[in-house]
Design a protein around this ligand. Structure first.
Ligand SMILES: Cc1ncc(COP(=O)(O)O)c(C=O)c1O
Length: 423
């Protein structure tokens, strides 16, 4: 039996209806933006394996840092202890995070980073004897699959089965071009008529919704409304963080900085699962008390795992090199050139680019569902042609490793053009 066939016997894959799923390619090797399956077929990873891998697969610099750490100190509990890599990583992050971010809490993945932020927003108020239990989030948001993160996510078929068991989350429209005033007015009305603990958002780009983009100016306005109403703001930078938008963080485009930030995915360059939630001093101080019960009673076994911290340190060092910054610019410029070429295609309705993120929407007769026929046809076409792209309904987006070569990028673009002819 092949690996693909053996996989089917026991493994349950994410977001997968196994009854209709075919065998999945078994990947045995990665290098840069390329992956190879057990039959030797080559794939260009055009989505950096769910946006985690900016520096290329099997990156030697990160691998060396991990090996060195594994053979020095692989893990120590973070409850009651600390270690050099957590201290070094914290010091490093303080040099790149917005100035108002002063404290870091470590966890394991994007969902837990969000979960920690939500819990802090709720407990901060509880500690002060204030009753604020509701959260504000965007329509079509995606913040992860644990309960708080899921409640905040607005892609309904992800969360439908859990209605009634979720945190109360009220939604505002996404302030895409033309919808800014509606979004601002809805938020103003909400905070004027009820108490909310936090406003959670994906800054500038809603990834899972299909790389839906909106302008920093309107996010600044929304954050300002929350600040005036004493509602904490949480920037979920799990997807956008570490260079994807062209700046280190999407929040770097903002005048008004969020109170909390959620980081994961590219944090460790796609190697060790790790996440961080960062906070202002004010939030930390809301838990700082002689009363033990006011502490944040939250933790994970692998909190601040030294190997993850070593991988993150190596990743941030890589991100800061001129070479990587030039790569980000190079990919961005290639996307802009492709956008010019493709935007007037008769089957394309919209294109958008920010940093290394490119998206186009394909004209459809009817509303395309997330995992609908068009999506599946496109996905299979790309896989057949050796390109890993996961369209969202009729939206095709690219978010490649920054190290992708020009010819690999060209292969993605020409395959998308062929897909437009095929569809
Ligand atoms: C913005 C955002 N937040 C949170 C998450 C959840 O991260 P994880 O899958 O690591 O739990 C994702 C995942 O795609 C995301 O895009």
């Amino acid at each position: 039996m092949t690996l693909s066939e053996r996989d089917k016997l026991y493994n349950w894959h994410p977001y997968t209806q196994h009854k209709t799923a075919t065998n999945f390619p078994a990947i045995v090797k990665g290098d840069g933006a390329l992956l190879w399956d057990e039959n030797g077929k080559e794939y260009v990873d055009a989505i950096a394996s769910w946006w985690v891998n900016p520096f290329g697969h099997s990156n030697k610099i990160i691998a060396d840092a991990i090996y060195k750490q594994l053979t020095t100190l692989e893990h120590v509990l973070f409850g009651g202890f600390t270690h050099d890599k957590a201290v070094l990583l914290a010091e490093k992050l303080m040099t790149i995070l917005p100035d108002n971010q002063k404290k870091l809490f470590y966890s394991d993945n994007g969902s837990t980073a969000v979960e920690v932020a939500l819990k802090c927003a709720l407990q901060y108020n509880y500690n002060k004897g204030v009753k604020k239990t509701k959260i504000i989030a965007f329509e079509d948001a995606f913040h992860g699959d644990t309960f708080g993160a899921m409640a905040s996510s607005g892609i309904t078929f992800f969360t439908e089965a859990f209605k009634g068991s979720l945190l109360e989350v009220v939604r505002i429209p996404v302030p895409t071009a033309g919808n800014e005033e509606k979004s601002i007015a809805t938020l103003k009305n909400l905070v004027a008529t009820d108490d909310y603990a936090a406003f959670l958002f994906e800054p500038l780009v809603q990834g899972a919704a299909g790389m839906v983009m909106y302008a920093p100016e309107v996010l600044d306005a929304l954050i300002s409304i929350c600040k005036d109403a004493n509602v904490f703001t949480i920037a979920d930078e799990v997807m956008t963080g570490f260079g994807k938008t062209g700046k280190t963080f999407a929040s770097d485009y903002l005048e008004n900085k969020p109170d909390m930030m959620c980081l994961s995915k590219a944090l460790t360059g796609g190697t060790i699962p790790m996440a961080i939630t960062s906070f202002t001093q004010e939030i930390f101080d809301g838990f700082y008390d002689d009363d033990t019960n006011k502490a944040l009673f939250h933790g994970h076994t692998f909190t601040a795992n030294p190997t993850g911290c070593a991988a993150a340190l190596a990743s941030i060092t890589l991100l800061q090199t001129d070479e990587m910054q030039n790569n980000i610019l190079r990919v961005h410029q290639a996307h802009l050139a492709f956008e010019q070429k493709i935007k007037s295609h008769p089957k394309v309705t919209t294109t958008r680019v920010l940093g290394v993120i490119f998206a186009l929407e394909i004209k459809t007769e009817t509303q395309e569902s997330y995992y609908g026929t068009m999506r599946n046809k496109l996905y299979n076409f790309f896989i057949d042609n050796g390109i890993i792209l996961r369209p969202v309904g009729n939206i095709v987006y690219i978010l490649p490793p920054y190290t992708i070569t020009d010819s690999q990028l060209e292969k993605i673009y020409t395959t998308i053009e062929k897909a437009l002819e095929m569809i």
